[in-house]
Design a protein around this ligand. Structure first.
Ligand code: SF4
Ligand code: SF4
Length: 73
């Protein structure tokens, strides 16, 4: 099945706080040895991660339109 959402994390902004890992209802983020693994095929586009990231490091992009569905900037 085609992915509906793409998650982009700006690694230069990410402080590896793990908040996204705890908050995502679909287990998209997994912190492994201080490296954030992303399983965006599980994403349902709820946008919580983008809103909650304290460093504004996450973008949720709708794949078919290749557009950001929400931006704080
Ligand atoms: S919430 Fe933001 S800063 Fe924290 S680990 Fe996730 S992407 Fe990085
Ligand atoms: S948009 Fe929702 S489902 Fe997708 S990664 Fe963020 S918190 Fe998880």
């Amino acid at each position: 099945m085609k992915k509906k959402f793409k998650i982009v994390v700006k690694t230069e902004l990410c402080k590896r706080c793990s908040i996204c890992e705890y908050i995502c209802p679909n287990s998209v983020f997994q912190m492994k040895d201080s490296f954030l693994e992303i399983y965006d095929e599980r994403c349902k586009g709820c946008n919580i991660c983008e809103l909650i990231c304290p460093d504004c490091a996450i973008s949720v992009i709708r794949e078919e339109k290749n557009e950001t569905i929400y931006s704080r900037k």
